[in-house]
Design a protein around this ligand. Structure first.
Ligand SMILES: Cc1cc2nc3c(=O)[nH]c(=O)nc-3n(C[C@H](O)[C@H](O)[C@H](O)COP(=O)(O)OP(=O)(O)OC[C@H]3O[C@@H](n4cnc5c(N)ncnc54)[C@H](O)[C@@H]3O)c2cc1C
Length: 468
């Protein structure tokens, strides 16, 4: 068993006596909506986490990197796990990695990529923690081939509100395991996880970009790409009447494919990221005119006929390094409406985008991805079909009404809204969207009978109460 290079791993303080750092702060999700005054503790040892949970009088919210868009990681007493972030071990022979929950996916890759191993599932940002990735059962652009994050967790340690630690795996206590995977931090605190990584020959992808003249053409290109293991994503011009798009299909690059200049860095953990802009005028820069102009400009950029070799972080984490993105939407922040529809509800995608155009609520960013088999987590978001993520300025006056209407359209099509992006769904819609909700609630109340774990999301959606 090899332990990681100490230079690349954070230092953990395991002292019983040392107190977790603590302060009062206003926190938000990544979308900057729902600013909330919170008592924030940042423990650096399992003992400190235990103390914090057992001595807390009210409900406790677990927080990773705070990159969920809405109110999932917000509560009046919030425990920030980013100080508990040691990578405990990594075996370059098997690709099995054991990490504390607060380590980021980027930190894991720092250790594993030079050895030729990568996470099989990487969401649009690598700045999230292992705990957050499991609690949201995150997906990448390769969902039809690799499923979601929970599919690659061999084991996790869950600290209950009592301070006891359970070892859960798909074989040992499967119901509790799958209630915790995708369970939005409401079954307990995930303190560590054992992950199975996958072999990679290089850290580059061979990216082919194609222009699609309509939404349907984008879907056809993505569907055709599903024959081979690939990452597929379409940027949709939601301001355009035909819903044209740019589709990127990426497959792993072998070392022979890399240009001579890149051979020496074929297993580099990081590629180039976007340059950060630090400030915007108060109302932000996103409005109908700027969206239409930016979309037209993007569409008109020349598309190379040949494939490009792109570092996987540049291709799969385009917004990393772009922490300015929410600020561009103005002080009130951004609402991302991410929903999925089953394959049978494909026509709903066009219906929804046209509906938004008619209502004058055109998203600044619209991203389409394919989904394969349903996530095994009882509250997991993916289901076979499609997912569309749409970014709107929260300040838009008509948005709330339009999105409430779309919730019904999505539910009627058999689809659902992604809880990790949500800050506005109503409790009434949840059972219509998540058919395993009751089973999850039963498992959750077994694991946390005193309802010690909670969040603004769990209150808003009435997630903790078993229906009478
Ligand atoms: C730019 C960007 C792109 C994104 N792209 C994708 C994508 O492609 N696919 C996708 O699925 N998601 C995507 N997301 C969403 C993001 O991956 C998830 O919201 C993820 O859960 C955030 O992890 P975090 O560490 O920031 O957790 P937080 O946001 O802090 O918390 C998220 C949830 O996890 C719980 N949680 C956190 N840590 C623990 C723990 N140790 N134990 C128990 N519960 C815990 C919290 O209580 C909360 O319910 C994206 C987000 C951003 C900002």
């Amino acid at each position: 068993m090899k332990t990681p290079n100490p230079q690349s791993s954070p230092v953990r303080c395991d002292s019983h006596n040392e107190l977790a750092s603590t302060h009062e702060r206003t926190i938000t999700g990544w979308g900057r909506t729902t600013p909330t005054r919170a008592h924030l503790d940042r423990p650096t040892s399992a003992h400190q986490i235990q103390d914090l949970i057992s001595t807390s009088r009210g409900p406790v919210t677990v927080r990773g990197a705070g990159r969920s868009y809405g109110d999932a990681a917000i509560g009046h007493h919030t425990i920030d796990l980013t100080g508990y972030a040691t990578i405990r071990s990594f075996d370059p022979g098997t690709g099995v990695l054991v990490s504390d929950a607060g380590a980021t996916l980027q930190a894991l890759h720092q250790v594993s990529i030079p050895e030729g191993w990568a996470l099989p599932v990487l969401p649009g940002t690598s700045h999230i923690t292992v705990g957050g990735a499991i609690a949201s059962d995150v997906h990448g652009k390769n969902h039809p081939h690799q499923g979601s994050f929970g599919d690659h967790v061999l084991q996790l340690e869950l600290m209950l509100a009592s301070g006891d630690i359970l070892r859960l795996s798909p074989d040992a206590h499967p119901e509790d395991f799958w209630a915790t995977v995708g369970g939005m931090g409401l079954t307990g605190v995930i303190v560590s996880a054992t992950l199975q990584l996958q072999r990679v020959e290089t850290s580059y992808l061979r990216v082919v970009r194609r222009k699609a003249r309509s939404l349907e053409e984008s879907m056809d290109i993505i569907t055709a790409s599903a024959q081979t293991p690939s990452h597929a994503v379409a940027w949709i011009d939601a301001a355009h009447h035909q819903l044209r798009g740019l589709v990127d299909v990426s497959t792993p690059a072998t070392s022979e494919m890399l240009p001579a200049g890149r051979k020496g860095e074929q297993l580099a953990p990081h590629g180039t990221t976007m340059r950060t802009i630090h400030s915007f005028p108060g109302p932000g820069i996103v409005n109908h005119r700027s969206v239409a102009a930016a979309n037209a400009m993007r569409w008109n950029l020349p598309v190379s006929a040949s494939a490009k070799m792109v570092h996987f972080t540049t291709a799969l984490n385009p917004l990393d390094g772009a922490d300015f993105w929410p600020a561009a939407f103005g002080k009130q922040g951004l609402i991302q409406y991410q929903f999925s529809v089953p394959t049978s509800g494909t026509k709903t995608l066009r219906h929804i985008l046209e509906n938004l155009q008619r209502a004058g609520e055109v998203p600044a960013l619209a991203v389409l991805k394919p989904f394969g088999a349903s996530g095994k987590g009882l509250l997991s978001f993916p289901q076979p079909g499609w997912t569309l993520a749409l970014d709107f300025p929260a300040r838009s006056p008509g948005l709330a009404t339009v999105l409430s209407h779309l919730d019904t359209v999505v539910a009627n099509a058999g689809g659902r809204v992604y809880l990790s992006k949500d800050s506005r769904l109503s409790a009434r819609m949840l059972p219509l969207m998540y058919p395993q909700l009751l089973r999850w609630q039963e498992a959750r109340s077994r694991l946390d009978p005193t309802q010690k774990m909670g969040s603004l999301l769990s209150q808003r959606l009435n997630l903790l109460e078993l229906p009478s």
